[in-house]
Write a protein that binds this ligand. Structure first.
Ligand code: HEC
Length: 476
């Protein structure tokens, strides 16, 4: 009977060794806040204050993160710096682990002091106007876009796949029934809603969303951006027509960079954009729909003078090439030109005036680099490729775009309102021709800005994520 006992002893010993190894492995992975505290004092305290209270630079424990609140943004801001504002890059001085140790220390101090995100302010000042900020709609789930049927009715999309109606300032308790099924994964889901410019006569409403197909070769459904139009009767989606669907073989298994906004020019065209779907080189291939701006008629037919319509094998709806992931689109109120905001990689968010058949360069030229710090290309310019009209480096994560066209703020007539997810702001750009000559932030830190729109009453409507609300900016 001795031998089995011996075996039992070995087994216990072995288990103990395994347990010790795994505990030390877990400890090794855990973020070391003490080391973070030491490094903070050594590298950061001189500017951000020994108690993080601020000094030469802002407080890190006031709950306000101007340059992105999530750990991934804070990490990038430390590693790559915000150099034009005097925040150094630490990519050479600190390892990734040590940057995470510092973040763990900062988060710990935030928690100890009970720091909370400040509530949305109820007013704000700008150079031209004092603004009231009020909640227009809440109780939403990842709202993505807003448009207006008439003076009293707004439509709001929720990314999981719902269209909500706000009538006379009250949101209907039920979403519109019967809207298309969407693939709500990653950046995909129900995206834009747009109301036909002649809605009062024809009743058409347009939706863009991530559409999935089961693919023969893989378990994972493939997906691409798709557009439909339909009508809303008694809170029901009816008369649906598909107006853009990409060829099935161009669908992808990725779940990001879908585009998509829908706008109309004064000559009866409809524009939308599809992001590169994570395949950057495909943005240059006119045989594929991704990484491009498209132009169609609202019934889905192709304008004969589309720049690629007569090229053998090209996707006939293409209007421009080399667009990484457009998240804002607007038509200039007097010129009728299409303007877009596009997510660059790290650095290099762009504002572009989109002209037919032009190539906007992604990924051959860009001012950004990959988020892991590696270089995409050394080229900033290239023959036959367009430069941006304006550029944000570091990236603010541009999202949502509209020209201000209301009567409430006459001094802002035809200025561009640019939303930003990461920097949680709405910026007003003044254009002179195709140059940006002035930039002013009019809303900051209310939430991640997904969409911005002039309302029929002249107020500015801002769709926010986290908190998931729509706020209305009006003149005080
Ligand atoms: C030379 C001064 C300086 C030093 C040293 C410095 N910073 Fe900064 N930091 C800044 C400035 C300037 C900003 C820009 C924002 C501002 O203050 O308006 C900033 C911004 C930041 C932000 C973005 C805050 C937000 O609201 O989103 C973080 C995070 C940050 N610093 C962390 C650190 C850490 C961690 C260290 C040490 C490893 C450090 N900084 C060292 C000057 C400094």
């Amino acid at each position: 009977m001795k031998r089995p006992k011996m075996k039992f002893g070995y087994a216990i010993l072995a288990l103990a060794v395994i347990a010790m190894i795994s505990i030390s492995a877990i400890m090794g992975q855990q973020r070391d806040t003490e080391r973070g505290a030491t490094l903070y004092q050594q590298y950061c305290a001189s500017c951000h204050g020994s108690e993080m209270q601020g000094g030469n630079a802002q407080s890190l424990v006031d709950g306000v993160w101007q340059f992105g609140v999530e750990d991934s943004y804070v990490f990038r801001n430390i590693k790559y710096g915000i150099t034009h504002l005097g925040m150094p890059a630490y990519e050479n001085a600190l390892s990734d682990t040590d940057i995470n140790n510092i973040i763990a220390y900062v988060r710990g101090v935030e928690k100890d002091r009970g720091v909370e995100r400040p509530a949305i302010a109820r007013e704000t000042g700008t150079m031209d106007y004092e603004l009231n900020i009020e909640v227009f709609a809440e109780g939403l789930e990842v709202p993505w876009s807003i448009d207006f049927l008439d003076a009293n009715t707004a439509l709001i999309t929720e990314k999981p796949g719902r269209v909500r109606v706000v009538k006379n300032g009250k949101m209907l308790s039920q979403p519109v029934a019967g809207t298309p099924a969407v693939l709500n994964e990653g950046q995909g889901g129900l995206l834009d809603v747009a109301v036909d410019p002649n809605y009062a006569q024809n009743g058409w409403i347009y939706l863009a969303y991530s559409h999935s197909l089961t693919s023969a070769g893989s378990e994972r459904p493939v997906a691409m951006t798709r557009l439909v139009r339909g009508k809303i009767n008694d809170n029901r989606w009816t008369d649906e027509q598909v107006i853009f669907e990409a060829p099935a073989e161009t669908y992808r298994t990725t779940r990001h960079h879908y585009g998509c906004r829908i706008v109309f020019d004064p000559w009866g065209h409809l524009y939308f954009a599809i992001g590169d779907r994570g395949y950057q080189d495909q943005a240059q291939d006119y045989k594929l729909p991704n990484g491009k701006v498209h132009r169609i008629y609202p019934d889905g037919s192709i304008p004969e003078d589309n720049p690629f319509a007569k090229i053998e094998g090209a996707i006939p709806s293409l209007y421009s090439l080399g667009n990484r992931n457009i998240q804002g689109m607007a038509i200039h109120p007097t010129t009728g030109h299409l303007w877009t905001t596009e997510h660059g990689p790290m650095g290099g968010d762009e504002l572009n005036l989109i002209l037919p058949g032009k190539n906007y360069g992604w990924p051959v030229i860009t001012y950004g680099r990959n988020y892991n710090g590696t270089t995409i290309t050394d080229n900033r310019t290239y023959p036959g490729m367009e430069q941006p009209n304006f550029m944000w480096n570091p990236s603010i994560a541009v999202c949502g775009l509209d020209f201000y066209t209301g009567e409430m703020f006459p001094k802002w007539e035809n200025k561009l309102m640019v939303g930003a997810l990461k920097y949680e702001q709405v910026t007003l750009l003044t254009l002179a021709g195709d140059r940006v000559i002035h930039e002013e932030t009019i809303l900051k830190n209310a939430g991640r800005v997904r969409d911005v729109s002039t309302g029929p009453d002249g107020a500015i409507y801002v769709v926010l994520n986290n908190p998931d609300t729509v706020v209305r900016l009006s003149k005080k």
